[in-house]
Design a protein around this ligand. Structure first.
Ligand code: ATR
Length: 293
């Protein structure tokens, strides 16, 4: 049995084992890391068995992050806020600690890209941003991934206003209500189809929909982009994603896919388990050069 593993479904394309091995090699740790394909029915049993045996830490991926939240006896503050767990650590007293490193992974990647400065401001103001105006951020999508991104932005980026758009409007409304409930009022939403009538320009646009997975883009108007708009797609692949291709076509110069976030969230899981933060860039470069689709 391995000491570390990722649980999810599907799991065969997961890069977690490869990333863990590269981090462990840098730090000089020798531990096995397994991929665990689990189902809704056996996830709980297999997870608990793993920790009863040799398991020390687990990554949790789609679609079990919300389920994992209810299986941990202790939670970090950021897991509590996200109500979702992507990393578990077995503490010395055998208690399972649930954490969520997606948000810090996303923010760390924006910092790596220099899109957020050390004072947690979005860098390179657009002509719309001046000292008296807040930075506009557009978040497209209102699923599990969007929620993590939204909370990370709200708890980190200063002086910003976040608009959420989603194809299914009520999901965006639920997200906004939750943010208002926990004290963040600088967020609002509109149906995706109304974005065309919107005259806002955005400093940062994040595509947190799964549309790039099927090579499509959400229905968004090109008018929301300026040359200074930073465009981030949570999805990644070897060539530009459909969303990034579209953003570049409409004048965006600063674009990134989500591979950096994947490595950053894994680095923070590694930190939780081993109390050491590994280097992200060598792993990111390695993964980028070995992506095949
Ligand atoms: P994840 O856990 O990755 O966030 P999810 O919870 O299934 O996945 O959420 C997928 C998101 O992508 C949703 O916001 C979904 O919109 P709906 O809520 O309307 O379903 C969005 N999405 C997926 N395909 C899309 C498309 N072709 N156009 C626009 N939005 C899309």
């Amino acid at each position: 049995m391995s000491a570390f593993a990722v649980f999810g479904n599907p799991i065969e394309h997961s890069k977690s084992a490869e990333i863990y091995a590269l981090f462990a090699n840098e730090i000089g740790i020798k531990k096995e890391y397994d991929l665990k394909l689990v189902s809704k029915n056996n996830f709980e049993n297999l997870l608990y068995n793993f920790f009863k045996l040799d398991g020390l830490g687990a990554n949790i991926t789609t679609p079990f992050k919300e389920h994992a939240y209810f299986l941990c006896q202790k939670l970090t503050e950021r897991a509590k806020t996200a109500r979702s767990v992507n990393t578990i650590k077995k503490l010395n007293n055998k208690i399972l600690l649930g954490d969520n490193t997606d948000g810090i992974g996303f923010i760390s990647d924006l910092k790596r890209l220099n899109w957020i400065n050390n004072n947690n401001h979005i860098t390179a103001m657009t002509h719309h941003d001046n000292k008296s105006m807040k930075i506009n951020i557009l978040l497209i999508g209102a699923g599990g991934a969007s929620k993590g991104i939204l909370l990370a932005l709200l708890t980190t980026v200063v002086e910003c206003y976040i608009h959420i758009v989603n194809r299914t409007f009520h999901k965006a409304q639920t997200l906004v209500s939750y943010c208002h409930e926990i004290g963040y009022k600088n967020v609002s939403c509109m149906p995706l189809c109304e974005l065309a009538d919107n005259t806002n320009k955005y400093s940062l646009i994040v595509n947190a929909t799964t549309s790039s997975m099927i090579n499509t883009i959400p229905k968004i108007p090109p008018t929301i982009i300026t040359p200074l708009t930073k465009c981030y797609d949570l999805f990644y692949q070897k060539q530009d994603t459909s969303f990034i291709t579209w953003c570049k076509k409409h004048g965006s110069i600063h674009c990134s896919d989500g591979l950096g976030m994947l490595v950053e969230q894994a680095a923070h899981a590694f930190l939780l388990w081993h109390n050491l933060l590994p280097s992200v860039n060598p792993v990111l470069n390695h993964l980028r050069s070995t992506l095949y689709v």
